[in-house]
Design a protein around this ligand. Structure first.
Ligand code: FBP
Length: 276
C-alpha cells in the first residue's frame, strides 16, 4: 500500500464510497423501491453530499453523466462488472480501460476479484493490469474482494472474509471492500489481516436505520475505514438524512444512537430486511 495513494477518495483517511453499479450487477429491480433512482442524475445529485468521498459507476453512466458533475463529485471508475443474467461461474468482464477512465476524469478505479472462483486466476491477472495502469496514472485502487464460486458461493464466514481482506493487501489495493462478516470480532480479524490496507464494509441489501447504523458503528470500531454503500442509501426515500447520519458515525466518531437522533425514524425498526 502506498501512503496517500487514496487521498483523492478519502477524507481524514476514511471513505464513504457511494456505489451505483447496480443497474449492471443486479438490474433495474434495485431501483424499484425509489423509482426515480433509475435516472442516474438522481444518484449523482445524492453523491454531491459532503459525506460522499467518491461515486462508483460503470463506464456508460460515467460517460453520460459525470461531465455535468465533475466539479462536485469524485469519480471512481468501476472497471469490471457483469449482469445478473450471467449464470456461469462468478466472473466479471473488464468494460473500460484505466486510461479511458482517466480521460473521463476518474480519480480512482474499482475492480472486483472473486477469490475462489474458477476464474480467480484470470481475474487476478486482469486486476494486476488495472492496478499497474492505475499506478501509472496516480489513481487509487479499490478492490471489491468477494470470495464466491465453486463450493464457496456467497460465503461471509470470518475466515473467508479475513482472507478477502488479506488478498487486497497482497495484490496491491489501496482500499479493500469486503462484506460484513457478521460480528465485530470477525471484522477486527479481517482488518488485522489487511495489515494497514484500508478496509471498507459493503452496504448490503437495505436494512432498517438502526440495524444499518449499528453495523457501521461496529465495523468502524473494529478498524474499518468506512463504507462502500449503494442500496442502503439510494433505496431510502431520504438519502440525505442517512448520509448525514453516516457522516457522523464515519467521520465524527458519533455512535449509532447519536446519529439516529437526527433521523426522522428516530431509529425505529421497520419491516426492511437486515444486512446481508
Ligand atoms: P450495496 O451497498 O448495495 O450492497 O452495493 C455494494 C456492491 O458491491 C455494489 O457495488 C454492487 O453492485 C453490489 O454490491 C454487488 O453485490 P452482490 O454481488 O453481492 O450482489
Amino acid at each position: 500500500m502506498l501512503p496517500h495513494a487514496d487521498d483523492a477518495i478519502t477524507r481524514d483517511g476514511k471513505a464513504l464510497i457511494l456505489a451505483y453499479d447496480h443497474g449492471l450487477e443486479h438490474g433495474p429491480v434495485d431501483f424499484e423501491p425509489v423509482p426515480q433512482t433509475i435516472d442516474p442524475e438522481t444518484v449523482f445529485e445524492v453523491a454531491t453530499h459532503d459525506a460522499v468521498t467518491a461515486l462508483a459507476v460503470q463506464k456508460g453512466v460515467a460517460e453520460g453523466y459525470y461531465p455535468s458533475y465533475e466539479d462536485d463529485v469524485t469519480l471512481l471508475a468501476k472497471l469490471n462488472g457483469t449482469s445478473n443474467l450471467w449464470m456461469g461461474e462468478p466472473d466479471s468482464s473488464v468494460n473500460w480501460s484505466v486510461d479511458y477512465a482517466a480521460d473521463i476524469g476518474a480519480d480512482a478505479v474499482g475492480f472486483t476479484v472473486y477469490g475462489g472462483s474458477n476464474n480467480e486466476v484470470e481475474m487476478t491477472e486482469e486486476f494486476r493490469k488495472a492496478h499497474e495502469a492505475a499506478r501509472a496514472n496516480d489513481m487509487a485502487v479499490v478492490m471489491w474482494s468477494y470470495p464466491r464460486g465453486q463450493g464457496l458461493k456467497n460465503d461471509t464466514s470470518a475466515g473467508t472474509i479475513a482472507y478477502a481482506a488479506r488478498m487486497g493487501l497482497e495484490l496491491g489495493a489501496d482500499i479493500t471492500k469486503i462484506k460484513y462478516p457478521g460480528s465485530g470480532e470477525a471484522m477486527e480479524w479481517a482488518c488485522r489481516a489487511a495489515a494497514g490496507t484500508k478496509v471498507v464494509m459493503s452496504g448490503g441489501s437495505k436494512a432498517d436505520d438502526r440495524a444499518f447504523l449499528e453495523t457501521v458503528e461496529t465495523a468502524m470500531n473494529a478498524g474499518a475505514s468506512g463504507l462502500a454503500v449503494g442500496r442502503n442509501v439510494f433505496q431510502r426515500e431520504n438519502p440525505t438524512e442517512i448520509l448525514d447520519a453516516l457522516e457522523a458515525v464515519i467521520f465524527e466518531d458519533a455512535t449509532a444512537d447519536e446519529a439516529l437522533e437526527g433521523l426522522s425514524s428516530g431509529g425505529e425498526k421497520t419491516a426492511d430486511a437486515a444486512l446481508d
